[in-house]
Design a protein around this ligand. Structure first.
Ligand code: FE2
Length: 279
């Protein structure tokens, strides 16, 4: 699937930007984290483009790319970044040469929790937007396990507990309660990260940043402590090519160069594995 689409995607991107490949100065792609076979397709396509057109090539980290594009678009100076997506949930901040992960999920991403619960509830995929609507229609909170481990989060137990109540409780109340519990956990650790670092900006990104419920909760928390909530437009919150290109430009300008052999994919590369030399 990825192989058969790679060429079309590249052609379409050039067409939309009204550019030819000769106008491109730098090729960048994601080296990880992610699923190996998918990353490999991107890497092969990027290497072929770079070699075939004699362009420099740079492999970048997917999570750092989310942070850098969000920082650029919101003009954040010294922020805490909450990256909440299907696969990832991390609370990130720059400190001494790295983007430190102050807190993160120990099992599934918060978007995955919503989609997986939505499937059990029979409301289709993706379930996030539907649950977000149900959130504002619910009448009662149903008690569910609240699981914060220090600065980290665990969602699987919450999902199982909520699934066991399907058929015994009102669907809308249950969806609201699951979302409210998960978002309250995320807001709690985000607030502690702000307090610990004494920062006054919180940037919310990743696909789950589209949730009105999460924005409301984070906004209330930020207001209460004199901090500002910044959310980039949705198109740059979800996975997108611009973030990979932008981080490529940032690293290239910082003088980072990679030979082809150094562009191996790293499916498990963490946000805090990457040396940040440009901040
Ligand atoms: Fe992502």
């Amino acid at each position: 699937m990825h192989y058969s689409n790679a060429r079309l995607v590249i052609e379409e991107a050039l067409q939309k930007a009204n550019l030819k490949i000769k106008d491109i100065d730098l090729i960048s792609f994601s080296i990880g984290p992610g699923l190996g076979p998918c990353l490999q397709v991107g890497a092969v396509a990027a290497r072929a483009l770079a070699l075939g057109n004699k362009k420099p090539l740079i492999g970048v980290n997917h999570c750092v790319a989310h942070v850098e594009i969000a920082k650029k678009i919101t003009n954040a100076k010294e922020a805490i970044f909450v990256y909440a997506s299907g696969a990832n949930t991390q609370i990130i901040g720059y400190e001494s040469g790295k983007y430190r992960v102050y807190g993160e999920t120990l099992d599934i991403g918060i978007g995955n929790l919503l989609d997986s619960f939505g499937r059990s509830l029979g409301i289709g995929f993706p379930a996030g937007p539907k649950i977000d609507e149900m959130y504002f229609q619910a009448k009662n909170y149903i008690e569910l396990p609240y699981s914060v481990k220090g600065m980290d989060l665990v969602f699987a137990g919450l999902e199982t507990a909520a699934e066991r109540k399907i058929g015994k409780a009102d669907k809308t109340d249950l969806a609201y309660s699951l979302m409210h519990t998960a978002f309250a956990e995320l807001t709690e650790v985000s607030e502690r990260a702000l307090a610990h670092t004494e920062r006054k900006e919180l940037v919310l990104t990743g696909g789950v940043a589209a949730s009105k419920a999460l924005r409301k909760m984070m906004d209330e928390m930020c207001n209460a402590r004199g901090a500002k909530l910044l959310v980039p437009p949705f198109g740059v919150c979800t996975d997108n090519g611009a973030m990979i290109s932008w981080l490529g430009i940032v690293e290239h300008k910082a003088g980072i160069k990679q030979e082809i052999l150094e562009t191996r994919i790293l499916p498990r590369q963490r946000t805090d594995n990457v040396e940040i030399t440009w901040v």
